[in-house]
Write a protein that binds this ligand. Structure first.
Ligand SMILES: Cc1ncc(C[n+]2csc(CCOP(=O)(O)OP(=O)(O)O)c2C)c(N)n1
Ligand SMILES: [Mg+2]
Length: 389
């Protein structure tokens, strides 16, 4: 293990402690921090990467400034409360169509937001409400999109699976399993080509790892040393099918090995571990060393989508993950180390409740798109050569 200087956000650095409190965007300016650099291929960054360490009850010494823990708490609570509400509204048929909730996986996004820079590109699959929420898209625009209203972040034409927000560099929201993986490589190619110093973080589910497109993209990303961080959110299941039933390689991070891609497992229920792993990968990408493959071992508390009763798993399995809930861990750290009082956390909770309520009212009171919207935002090439009358 070598010690390397990496760029990380103020959250990762004591020197930046003060500036992080007046954050204007979730991705703040960079500061420097020394973290452990793992060997390029494989060895786990920590010995609890399978998520078995009971951090909520033995949190240890906080590694980050209090502003970071409070930011994580607020972001993750917003994701959770927003989606709790979305789930309720789905039950009332105010939200229709597909709807995949991220509840349980919140740390996977919060820890990456704090480790990356403004201007980095984000892309993911269809479980995509939390990413823009944490990047700073207004909850109003996301709720309105769920309601298919014209004020939604995709003008009401995308719905739950197709959130987009160029302002925060969130490039979707993609429904084809694995489809976003080559796109993530392409986004990173553009950053390299334009010499922006930015990178792309490309999320996918464990189901996507068995798509051919991933393997083609991994090869090219390594060949061209693209500034991309591939993240598999391994929540154990692709719809109702477990990883064990569909993959000969169940430690998914091993798959990066075939391409000599630096790859590691990360405890996806722990936001600090996620921050550190993403910061290491970002350092490599910005230094021109190319891609990294991170396997976040995580869990979704709800079914695959709103129509899934999740009968393929046991109550005990769910409770085991719930007992290591990422939000509870952060809450515990904050309270144990007197970073805030119960009352102060309640103020944050109340603020979030009001934000979520406001987003529902905004969505309810917004108009649907008009019929002429059908013909807008559609790719047309008048001289397309292959269509003949
Ligand atoms: C190419 C393709 N095949 C099948 C589907 C149907 N499908 C939708 S979600 C899904 C499971 C994907 O699971 P995973 O990648 O683990 O993501 P998670 O839902 O767990 O976040 C499947 C098979 C699809 N959308 N695209
Ligand atoms: Mg999955």
């Amino acid at each position: 293990m070598a010690e390397t200087k990496v760029k990380a956000t103020p959250s990762a650095s004591n020197s930046a402690k003060k500036s992080s409190s007046k954050k204007t965007t979730p991705q703040a300016d960079v500061a420097t921090k020394t973290v452990k650099q793992p060997d390029p291929v494989l060895p786990p960054a920590n010995d609890d990467a399978d998520g078995t360490a009971p951090r909520a009850t033995s949190p240890g010494k906080p590694q980050f400034p209090k502003e970071t823990y409070l930011q994580w708490y607020e972001q993750m609570q917003l994701m959770r409360k927003f989606e709790d509400k979305a789930g309720q509204l789905y039950g009332q048929q105010k939200i229709k169509g597909f709807c995949h909730l991220y509840i349980g996986q919140e740390a996977c996004v919060a820890g990456a937001v704090s480790a990356l820079e403004k201007g980095d590109k984000w892309i993911t699959a269809y479980r995509d409400h939390a990413h823009p929420l944490a990047l700073g898209t207004s909850p109003n625009a996301i709720m309105a999109e769920l309601f298919a209203k014209a004020t939604g972040c995709s003008k009401g034409k995308g719905g739950s699976m197709h959130m987009f927000d160029k302002e925060v560099n969130f490039v979707g929201g993609h429904g084809i399993v694995g489809g976003q993986v080559p796109m993530g490589a392409g986004l990173a190619f553009a950053e390299k080509y334009n010499k922006t110093g930015k990178l792309c973080i490309c999320y996918m589910g464990d189901g996507a790892v068995r798509q051919g497109a991933l393997h083609e993209a991994f090869n090219m990303a390594m060949l061209w040393k693209l500034p991309v961080i591939f993240v598999v959110e391994n929540n154990g299941y692709a719809m109702g099918t477990s990883v064990q039933r569909t993959s000969n390689v169940t430690e998914l991070f091993h798959i990066g090995r075939g391409y000599d891609m630096p790859s590691e497992p990360v405890n996806g229920m722990n936001v600090e571990d996620i921050h550190d792993a993403v910061a290491r990968a970002a350092e490599r990408a910005r230094a021109g060393e190319g891609p990294t493959f991170l396997e976040f071992k995580t869990y979704r508390y709800k079914g695959h989508s709103m129509s899934d009763p999740a009968k393929y798993r046991t109550k005990e399995e769910l409770e085991d993950y719930r007992s290591r809930d990422a939000i509870e861990q952060v809450r515990h750290t904050i309270l144990t180390h007197n970073m805030a009082t119960e009352e102060e956390l309640t103020v944050i909770d109340e603020k979030i409740k009001a934000q979520v309520q406001e987003s529902v009212e905004f969505a309810e009171n917004s108009p649907y798109p008009t019929a002429d919207e059908l013909y807008k935002d559609v790719y047309v090439q008048q001289d397309y050569p292959y269509i003949r009358d």
